[in-house]
Design a protein around this ligand. Structure first.
Ligand SMILES: NC(=O)c1ccc[n+]([C@@H]2O[C@H](COP(=O)([O-])OP(=O)(O)OC[C@H]3O[C@@H](n4cnc5c(N)ncnc54)[C@H](OP(=O)(O)O)[C@@H]3O)[C@@H](O)[C@H]2O)c1
Length: 408
């Protein structure tokens, strides 16, 4: 008879910048030998031991599993020990595939922090059939990209259905306020994607497709209108500019629409709100130029190398103080086809990319391990909204410092 796995969750890549924050969060929240059976994993035993030491003597019983992301045998062994693998080993397009393969083949549930849409597409194409056979539930993008966006739209749609008896067809998210920084791993993932796209026209075409990670449909989907420049937004009553995470978030939300069937004419975009009047306009122009300029600059190899010198390296990221004092506030505006409208606000109490992200992925992993039975949700590739629904919203509000409110 097969034995049940020893752990609910293994944090793979626990020594990464964000993995260390996740480890501290899980330890502070659940301890060792508490309600959650968990372990830390990575390729270097000495780094994992050093990380465990930082938690203090009471963390000594926290189990350690050594596995290299390139070793199929080590990854299969890791999978046999746990219900869920939570991976922060990135860039995922460089290191992530062997673990997806191992999880899909062994029926092990998986979540991660990737924002690399082309890689998500390839993993779905290669491993979805296997995951469906074995029962592995694979959930990408469980951090700042794309939980606030995907769960925010899910929350808005549930509220719309309750109040209006129908889902919204037109939805947009505006970042009202945010404070945070960026880590070396995130920069490495972004640069790897830009580097690949600059020499690959097919990939550039795929990146421009808002439906790139959606299953095919037999009807004509609506044209999406991503925010690429300065625009005055009548819902936000302010100027808005392109949002750097929109490219992945919009695709994840479109996949949720495809699987949850919010609406056949569903349109969605994201932007950053910069304010009213001439100052708001100038802010939007500055954000547009900075984002566009950065993308163009990093596409040119010598400039990319030069810029890289000034950006955080792998293992580096915002200080504990910056994580603690960071936050984000999003507003999601929805309108039904018959003209009713609704606004919801989603906020987080730490810097979006690290302090908040660590709590979001931890609760997503726990939701996968403890709340959602395989009989309810069988194997396959899910978005956070499709797999977790309201169970994750409850967890995020109770244990991760997020709020979801109807504000208009
Ligand atoms: N979605 C979001 O909101 C969000 C937020 C934060 C981060 N991220 C993503 O999360 C990932 C991690 O970011 P980060 O800044 O924390 O990264 P990081 O500090 O650069 O860490 C990378 C990790 O990968 C591990 N690794 C590399 N090669 C490996 C191998 N062959 N076998 C096992 N482990 C290996 C490293 O292990 P060693 O420690 O042994 O070197 C390290 O733990 C990135 O892809 C980033 O884009 C996403």
């Amino acid at each position: 008879m097969p034995t049940s796995p020893a752990f609910d969750i293994v944090v793979f890549g626990a020594t990464s910048f964000v993995g260390q924050i996740i480890t501290r969060y899980l330890f502070d929240q659940y301890g060792v030998d508490g309600p959650v059976n968990w372990a830390i994993a990575g390729r270097s035993e000495s780094k994992l031991l050093a990380l465990r030491t930082t938690l203090g003597k009471s963390a000594d019983p926290l189990p350690i599993v050594v596995a290299d992301a390139q070793s199929a045998d080590a990854l299969r062994n890791l999978c046999t020990k746990t219900k869920v693998v939570m991976s922060t080993v990135g860039p995922y397009a460089l290191y992530g595939e062997p673990l997806i393969k191992a999880c899909a083949e062994t029926g092990t549930d998986y979540c991660d922090l990737t924002g690399e849409a082309p890689w998500i597409k390839r993993m779905i194409e290669k491993y979805e059939a296997t995951a469906q056979q074995t029962g592995a539930r694979i959930v990408h993008s469980c951090g700042y990209d794309s939980i606030p966006s995907d769960m925010g739209v899910y929350f808005l749609q549930q509220q719309a259905k309750e109040r209006f008896g129908q889902y919204c067809s037109t939805v947009k998210m505006r970042v009202k306020a945010a404070k945070g920084g960026v880590s070396g791993g995130t920069i490495a993932s972004m640069l790897n994607l830009v580097k690949k796209a600059s020499g690959d026209a097919t990939l550039r075409k795929e990146l421009a497709n808002p439906y790139s990670i959606c299953p095919p449909v037999e009807y004509v989907r609506p044209k999406q209108k991503p925010i690429m420049s300065v625009v005055y937004d009548t819902d936000a009553k302010a100027w808005v500019a392109p949002f750097v995470m929109a490219a992945v978030n919009e695709r994840v939300v479109q996949r949720s629409n495809a699987l949850l069937h919010y609406h056949k004419n569903f349109t969605y975009n994201e932007a950053v709100r910069t304010g009213k009047g001439p100052l708001g306009f100038m802010g939007a122009a500055a954000v547009t130029m900075a984002t566009g300029g950065f993308m163009v600059a990093v596409a040119i190899p010598p400039i990319r190398g030069f810029i890289h010198l000034f950006l955080p390296k792998p293992g580096e990221g915002p200080s504990p103080e910056a994580q603690r004092t960071g936050y984000f506030v999003h507003e999601v505006y929805g309108q039904t086809e018959s003209g009713q409208s609704l606004t919801v606000r989603v906020s987080g109490d730490r810097d979006p990319g690290y302090g908040s992200t660590a709590k979001m992925i931890s609760q997503a992993g726990l939701c996968l391990a403890q709340d959602i039975a395989k009989t309810d949700k069988p194997g396959g590739f899910y978005t956070p909204a499709v797999l977790f629904g309201h169970r994750l919203i409850e967890r995020l509000q109770s244990f991760a410092g997020l709020t979801f409110d109807v504000v208009g």
